[in-house]
Design a protein around this ligand. Structure first.
Ligand code: HEM
Length: 400
């Protein structure tokens, strides 16, 4: 029955079709086709179910009892890979340290880091948006938030890169090499954070590590290992995603020059612009789960123990949810995109990512004009199938 079922809903359009550079930069027509032909389908090559419509992606994300986040071993268990009741307890604990106030208080610092980064390139009339702004901004912010000493920032950035880096090509040799690098970075980070925790225990500071050390719920506290795993999760989940949000936003500004003028004249439109970038070019394209029981998505029955991938990038362009989905509408309302997920695992860093995105784009729109992508430069997509962004984005500009 299951084999027949999988064959019946098998892929007509294989995911490999998305592997060309051109399609990776613009996968949206393929997603539209998939929503129309096989909105819930089984991919024999990747051995998983893919879900393309908004309603179905939403069904998966809102029901953690049926669609579990538990993957991998116990050893590396982070918040992202926990189910209730443990997730509920852990999320409540870390949320005590990662509050809206902690984030809002960062605004002046984010502003001055952004201005410093732009000051450094402004007189050149050109910059690489990725390397000169979108990469350093979130790394510096996270490092400061956690309380990592300034002198260690480069070290910190290298570890963070290794943690999120996937092999450029999927050969076994490269995979083994990347995994070995990752294990080493993990060991170094463990030792590094153990040292910082020792210092913060002796002398608490106004930083996230100190807050995490003191957070408790009904007497329950996080142990050292849990704090390290959470800090590493912030690095892995927060840096590259925010980098891609900023770069994708600037990419959009260069694709439609009139947006630059609009945001320059009306900075109050920037928060809505950032939401629309998140819908239109979501940094995280897809979210994975595993079925805990037999279930039906749309009219497709799926057995327990199957991998299900919710394609956020497709759901965000679903015509059944968003009128005129392929049009970028700077003040689109409502805009219930799934770029930060949905439900119990909804991105804990969303307020921080939004704030960084808004401050960066407001500064760009205020200070720079006629921002243009340097034509003829090849646009290279990030190789991971789940990440949407480009490796470099050189632009020229004039000063406002
Ligand atoms: C969870 C996206 C920035 C920390 C998630 C999820 C998504 C996401 C889709 C849900 C995953 C799932 O349901 O399995 C993004 C995007 C970002 C961003 C698009 C930037 C634009 C950040 C930042 C941080 C962060 C800046 C922290 C500094 C987390 C954490 C979780 C999470 C801790 C796990 C929450 C849980 O499992 O309860 N993020 N994220 N993210 N994100 Fe983000």
């Amino acid at each position: 029955m299951q084999t027949t079922n999988k064959a019946r809903y098998a892929n007509i359009i294989p995911m490999e079709d998305l592997n060309t550079i051109e399609k990776k930069l613009d996968p949206f027509p393929i997603f539209a086709q998939l929503r129309g032909t096989t909105p819930v389908r089984y991919d024999e090559n990747r051995k998983c179910w893919d879900v393309f419509r908004y309603e179905d992606a939403h069904q998966v994300l809102k029901d953690p009892a049926t669609f579990s986040s538990k993957r991998g071993g116990e050893e590396n268990e982070s918040l992202l890979m926990m189910d209730p009741p443990r997730h509920t307890q852990m999320r409540a604990l870390v949320s005590k340290a990662f509050t809206p106030k902690v984030i809002a208080d960062l605004a002046p610092r984010i502003q001055s880091i952004t201005d410093e980064l732009l000051d450094a390139v402004q007189s050149d009339g050109k910059m690489d948006m990725v390397h000169d702004l979108a990469v350093p901004l979130p790394v510096i912010v996270i490092a400061e938030l956690l309380g990592v000493p300034t002198k260690d920032r480069k070290l910190f950035k290298d570890w963070s890169d290794i943690l999120v880096k996937g092999p450029a090509k999927n050969t076994e040799e490269l995979f083994v090499q990347v995994m070995a690098e990752r294990t080493q970075a993990r060991q170094e980070l463990d030792a590094y954070f153990a040292e910082i925790m020792k210092l913060r225990r002796q002398e608490p500071q106004d930083d996230l590590i100190s807050l995490l050390l003191s957070a408790d719920i009904e007497g329950e506290k996080l142990d050292d290992k849990e704090i390290i795993i959470f800090s590493i999760l912030l690095l892995a989940a927060g840096n590259e995603t925010t980098t891609n949000l900023i770069t994708n936003a600037v990419r959009r500004l260069t694709e439609d020059q009139s947006l630059q003028q609009t945001l320059h004249e009306q900075p109050a439109l920037v928060p809505g612009f950032i939401e629309e970038v998140l819908r239109y070019y979501p940094p995280v394209q897809a979210i994975g789960r595993i079925t805990t029981k037999d279930v039906q998505i749309g009219d497709v029955p799926i057995q327990a123990g199957e991998q299900v991938i919710s394609w956020v990038a497709s759901a965000n362009r679903d015509e059944a949810k968003f009128p005129d989905p392929d049009t970028f509408i700077v003040d689109r309302k409502p805009n219930a995109h799934l770029a930060f997920g949905f439900g119990i695992h909804f991105c804990l860093g969303a307020p921080l990512a939004r704030l960084e995105g808004q401050i960066a784009i407001q500064a760009i729109a205020r200070r720079l004009q006629h921002i243009r992508f340097v034509e003829g430069t090849p646009l290279t997509p990030i190789p991971s199938p789940f990440v949407y962004g480009v490796k470099e984005f050189p632009v020229t500009f004039e000063i406002s």
